[in-house]
Design a protein around this ligand. Structure first.
Ligand SMILES: *Cc1c(COP(=O)(O)O)cnc(C)c1O
Length: 485
C-alpha cells in the first residue's frame, strides 16, 4: 500500500481556506513563523478519505473479526453505550464547571452518575466503597498498592513485600514495586495453581499483602481461597484481587465476600469500553470498610439534601492519583452498560463467557491439548508443543490464523506454559463463530504435518508478512523522508 506522501500531486487541494490576513496572527513572534511551507502531501478530500478508510480496513477489530485474545476480554461493546457517552450534556461537560448554584446544577447529573456507578460496582463486588479515579487496570493496581502501604503505615506495621504468583499479569509486580514494595514470587504447580505450601513459605510477618488474579491467568478458579485469605490476614496482610478477569465471575461471585480486601476492575474489559492500542480505560478500585479512609481524593459525596459534591478533606487519603473524575467517558459507558444488563444480564454474561470457553476447549482438545485438566472458566489455555515435532511453533499457528480471518489468540503467555495458546472467546460470540475458529485450528494443525512450510510463511494475505519484531521495536522509523531528502 502506498504511503499518503506517495499519493501527493502538486497543487491538489482538499479544502480551500480563506486567504490569510496578516493581522490575523499579530501575536506570533516572527522567529516562530515558518519561512518555508510545511512539506505536506497534496491531496483531494476524497483521496484522504479513501486512504484512511483503506488503512482502517486493514485493522483487526471486534467490529470486523473474531478476536479471541486471551486475558484481554475483547468482547462486543454495545453501540448504545457509545451513544450514551457522546450525549452532549455529558461529553461537553467541562470539569471546572461549578458543582452547585450559579446554574450550578450543571454538573449534578455527572456527579450523580459517578456516585451511582460506584454504588453499582460495590454491589457487584461486595466491597464497601469505590473510587473511579484510576485510568487503567495497572493504575488501579498501583492505587491499590498505595492504599495497602497507607494502611500499614497508619497501623505502624513494618511491611516490606507483596506476594504475587508467577502466573500473574506483568503489571502486578510492576505496580507493587512502584509503590515501594519488594516482590516475592510464588511458583505455580504443574496444573497452573498456586500451591499452598509454597504460599506458606512466602507469607511472613513482613508481608503487606497478596495480589491474586481469580480466575487465574490460566482461566482457573483459585482453590483454597479460604486458607489463602486466612494465611494473609493472619499476618495483618491484605488480599488484593486483580479483577481484570471479572468477566468470568460477574453476577456469581463477589470478591468482597470471599476474603478479598480490595480490587481493581477493568471497565475497558468487562464493562463496555473498546480497548487495544492504548486507548483510554478505567481501573476503579474497591475496598472493604477498613480501607475506606485511604482512598484517593476527590470523593463524590451525597448530601442530606440529595445534592452531590466533591469532597477533598480526607486526612488519611493517599491523595490525588488522577485529574478530575478519572476517564469520565469510560465511566459513562460502564454505567449505561450496567443499567442495560441489570443483575440478570450480568450473570448471563459470565454464564455465556464460561460456556463459550469450555465449548472451544472441547472443540480444540483433539488438535491442541488444554494445559489444565477439567473445566476452565472464561478462557482456555492450550499448548502448541506437539507441533514442534513438525518444526512448527505456536507463533506459526497464530500467524496462519490471520489468513483465516481470526485475530491470533494470546501466545507464549502465561510464561509458565510452553508454547502457550490462550483463547478467550467472550460471551458475545455465536456458536457458528466458535465452530469456524475450531475448524480453522484443526485444519492448520493437520497442515503442520503435511506442509509445515505453509504455516511458517503465514500470513500471506496481509500487506506485510513476518516482521522482525525486535528490529521493528528497536529501530522504529516513524518519520517519512522523501527520496530527495
Ligand atoms: C489487562 C490486565 C491488567 C492490566 O490492565 P491495563 O488496563 O492494561 O493496565 C492487569 N491484570 C490482568 C489479569 C489483566 O488481564
Amino acid at each position: 500500500m502506498k504511503l499518503i506522501y506517495e499519493k501527493s500531486v502538486a497543487g491538489r487541494r482538499a479544502v480551500q481556506l480563506p486567504s490569510r490576513h496578516d493581522d490575523a496572527r499579530p501575536h506570533i513572534a516572527p522567529r516562530l513563523l515558518r519561512t518555508q511551507p510545511a512539506e505536506l502531501p497534496e491531496l483531494s478530500e476524497l483521496d484522504v478519505v479513501r486512504h484512511y478508510t483503506a488503512l482502517s480496513r486493514l485493522n483487526f477489530s471486534v467490529d470486523t473479526h473474531f478476536y479471541p485474545l486471551g486475558s484481554c476480554t475483547m468482547k462486543y461493546n454495545p453501540k448504545a453505550c457509545e451513544t450514551a457517552s457522546a450525549l452532549p450534556g455529558l461529553a461537553d461537560l467541562h470539569p471546572l464547571w461549578p458543582q452547585l448554584r450559579h446554574g450550578g446544577l450543571l454538573t449534578q447529573g455527572a456527579l450523580q452518575l459517578l456516585y451511582e456507578t460506584e454504588r453499582l460496582l460495590s454491589e457487584i463486588t461486595g466491597l464497601a466503597e469505590f473510587t473511579l479515579q484510576p485510568l487503567a487496570g495497572a493504575h488501579g493496581e498501583l492505587t491499590g498498592c498505595m492504599i495497602m502501604a497507607a494502611y500499614h503505615r497508619a497501623r505502624g506495621n513494618r511491611k516490606t513485600h507483596i506476594v504475587i504468583p508467577d502466573s500473574a499479569h506483568g503489571t502486578n509486580p510492576a505496580s507493587a514495586a512502584l509503590a515501594g514494595f519488594d516482590v516475592v514470587t510464588v511458583p505455580s504447580d504443574a496444573q497452573g495453581h498456586m500451591p499452598l505450601e509454597a504460599l506458606r513459605r512466602a507469607v511472613t510477618a513482613e508481608t503487606a499483602g497478596l495480589m491474586m488474579t481469580c480466575p487465574s491467568t490460566l482461566g482457573l478458579f483459585v482453590d483454597h481461597l479460604k486458607e489463602i485469605a486466612d494465611l494473609v490476614h493472619g499476618v495483618d496482610g491484605l488480599l488484593y484481587y486483580d479483577g481484570a478477569n471479572l468477566n468470568a465471575l460477574l453476577g456469581r461471585v463477589k470478591p468482597g465476600r470471599i476474603g478479598f480486601d480490595l480490587c481493581q476492575l477493568n471497565l475497558h474489559k468487562s464493562f463496555s469500553t473498546p480497548h487495544g492500542g492504548g486507548g483510554p480505560g478505567a481501573g476503579p478500585v474497591g475496598v472493604v470498610e477498613k480501607l475506606r479512609p485511604f482512598l484517593p481524593i476527590s470523593r463524590v459525596v451525597k448530601r442530606p439534601d440529595g445534592t452531590f459534591v466533591l469532597h477533598y478533606d480526607e486526612p488519611q487519603s493517599i491523595g490525588y492519583i488522577a485529574p478530575f473524575y478519572g476517564n469520565f467517558g469510560v465511566i459513562v459507558r460502564a454505567y449505561a452498560y450496567l443499567l442495560m444488563l441489570g443483575r440478570d444480564g450480568l450473570r448471563a454474561t459470565s454464564d455465556a463467557a464460561v460456556l463459550n470457553a469450555n465449548y472451544l476447549q472441547e472443540k480444540l482438545r483433539p488438535h491442541l491439548p488444554p494445559v489444565a485438566p477439567g473445566r476452565c472458566l472464561h478462557e482456555c489455555v492450550c499448548s502448541g508443543a506437539p507441533l514442534k515435532a513438525h518444526g512448527v511453533h505456536t507463533l506459526d499457528l497464530a500467524k496462519a490464523l490471520i489468513d483465516r480471518g481470526c485475530h491470533p489468540p494470546t501466545i507464549y503467555f502465561p510464561l509458565n506454559v510452553p508454547e502457550a495458546f490462550m483463547v478467550e472467546p467472550t460471551e458475545s460470540e455465536s456458536r457458528e463463530t466458535l465452530d469456524a475458529f475450531a475448524q480453522a485450528v484443526a485444519e492448520l494443525v493437520a497442515l503442520a504435518r503435511t506442509d509445515p512450510d505453509a504455516l511458517r510463511r503465514a500470513p500471506v494475505t496481509t500487506p506485510v508478512g513476518r516482521l522482525d519484531e525486535v528490529a521493528a521495536a528497536r529501530n522504529m522509523n516513524l518519520a517519512y523522508r522523501s527520496a530527495g531528502g
